[in-house]
Design a protein around this ligand. Sequence first.
Ligand code: C5P
Length: 223
Amino acid sequence: MKKNKVFIACDSSNISKVKEIIAKTQNTKLQIGYKFGLEFLNSKKGRNFVSRLKNKITFGDYKFADIPNTCSSAIKAVRDLKFNYITIHISSGLDALKAAKKVSGSTKLIGVTILTSLDNKSLKEIGYDQNVKKIVLKQAKLAKKANLDAIVCSPIEVNVVRKVFKREIITPGIRFNFKTDDQKRALTPKQAYKNGSDWLVIGRPITRGNIENNLQNLINHLQ
Ligand code: C5P
């Protein structure tokens, strides 16, 4: 049977904690990848740690958001880390997405849509007139136009994205219950896969507290 795929968000600036997360999430039931974000990659030893990591599916969650030249230069600057996946904000615009795709090589380029920590009210505050679904649909079309390899969206918008984007869909905003921390658009792992997510991204629900128990809860929840 095909295994469910999960990226564990290694959100810490502490190497020992990240080593612990990796050691305690090895298992045969799920396909696991490791996501390193702004906290770890900007920490003193984070970059070096990633450069020495072997035989893991890796995801550099840089969320690049800049002008085309800076986005493509930054992607070249992290090429040595040989990430399987890296992220760019789709809101960087079509030219930046195309410039990034031109240099990303065998690293899959993921377009990030509206952050899962935002809801319609937060979008209004920023100055967007349209709701989350409409913007995410537009962004998915842009990602397709730029030939991106994957999209990050909330599990709630997978159906919307799937209409126009046939490649990988990766969803953070995963929670087992109503305690969603700072996430505003969250669903359970089961619901996210049911909606058609290819990969889930899960951080705190697994890395906070007893990692082995949390992972076992996830496996049980999916059975
Ligand atoms: O701890 P939690 O499960 O909320 O972690 C989610 C991870 O996914 C974090 O590392 C966060 O940076 C990332 N992420 C997100 N929403 C996005 C894109 C990435 O939560 N739209």
